[in-house]
Design a protein around this ligand. Structure first.
Ligand code: ASP
Length: 322
């Protein structure tokens, strides 16, 4: 019995020692950042901008791995099940870590209990967008057209649970339509389809849309925030355009699997905060229309609170997908 007890204790203390040393020396090798959507979409763009700077601070490469499917829940499930050692992280968002909860009653992870919040990276206002030849000059005409032609129009989105899906569900319910949804693996490819005029409209995060709107390849009818966006001064707010009830803004944030050592989480949070203070990183995020969180919005606790309130907010608005 005594020998058995000794045998049990020794590996345990070795394991604890290894964890503490691991946190102090972290990171000792390449880190994988899962992006649960296709390359070129808003989450991918935000993750690459910030992770590029974080890898300089941490002294290790952060490799972006696009793990697509099921509105971002496939990649999020993989991240939730990864070893909690700081070498697998995820850039999730308002969809994967909030709106997916009411939409998938059997979601394989709980955003609040299966993840450790690491850092909020960017707020991303929602825009109402359409193909460039959509026959409507403003939001009121667009709404009238969508109401009159609902069964002929295709609404692009990035899968049930994504931001674009949830944001357009809200828009559709505010104006009282149920259009045909066309899912993509991210709004990167959905945007390509909108530019190619293969789909009719989309409610996307601003990051993806600013270059296209400026280039005249798509139409933007309104931004669903209380104020106009500095990167798109000509695009009215939904309130100015006559649809004040439609307000939607998303966010993107880094999470780690539950049980990742706090010392590692703190190191990652500090590296993310440093990235957000970098002039070049800030400029790139702001030029794409996103909001850079202020210092008080960058703590791990504030991200924990954000996820909690967003799960509650979207659970009150969305019903399980059929
Ligand atoms: N954020 C997703 C992407 O990067 C799209 C979405 O959630 O709608 O493609």
């Amino acid at each position: 019995m005594a020998r058995f007890a000794v045998g049990l204790v020794a590996p345990l203390s070795l394991a604890l020692g290894a964890t503490a040393a691991g946190a102090a020396d972290y990171p000792e090798r390449q880190i994988t950042m899962i992006v649960p959507f296709a390359a070129g979409g808003p989450t991918d763009v935000v993750a690459r901008i910030v992770a590029g700077h974080m890898s300089q601070t941490l002294g290790q490469t952060i490799v972006i791995e696009n793990v697509v499917g099921a509105g971002g829940t496939t990649g999020s499930t993989r991240a939730a099940r990864a070893a909690p050692d700081g070498y697998t992280l995820i850039t999730g968002h308002m969809g994967t870590h909030a709106a997916a909860v009411p939409l998938y009653p059997k979601l394989a992870y709980n955003p609040q209990t299966d993840f450790e919040p690491v850092a909020l990276l960017a707020g991303t206002p929602i825009l109402i967008l359409a193909r460039k030849d959509f026959p409507a000059e403003n939001l009121q005409q667009f709404i009238a057209n969508v109401k009159a032609n609902t069964d002929k129009l295709n609404m692009a989105h990035a899968g049930v649970g994504s931001v674009s899906y949830s944001a357009c569900e809200l828009f559709n319910s505010v104006i009282g339509v149920k259009p045909i949804g066309v899912p993509f693996n991210g709004t990167g490819p959905a945007m390509n389809a909108l530019v190619a005029q293969q789909v009719d409209y989309m409610c996307d995060q601003i990051v993806n849309a600013v270059p296209q709107i400026k280039g005249g390849t798509i139409r933007a009818y309104a931004v669903a925030t209380p104020t106009r966006n500095a990167s798109l001064p000509d695009v009215p707010t939904t309130k100015q355009a006559g649809l004040p009830a439609y307000q939607a803004s998303a966010w993107n944030a880094i999470f780690a699997p539950k049980g990742t050592p706090v010392a590692i989480l703190d190191k990652l949070n500090a590296a993310a905060a440093k990235a957000l203070d970098d002039e070049n990183v800030r400029k790139r995020l702001l030029d794409l229309g996103s909001d850079v969180p202020p210092p008080e919005g960058r703590t791990r606790d504030s991200l924990r609170e954000l996820v909690k309130s967003e799960v509650a907010k979207w659970s009150a608005v969305l019903k399980p997908a059929q």
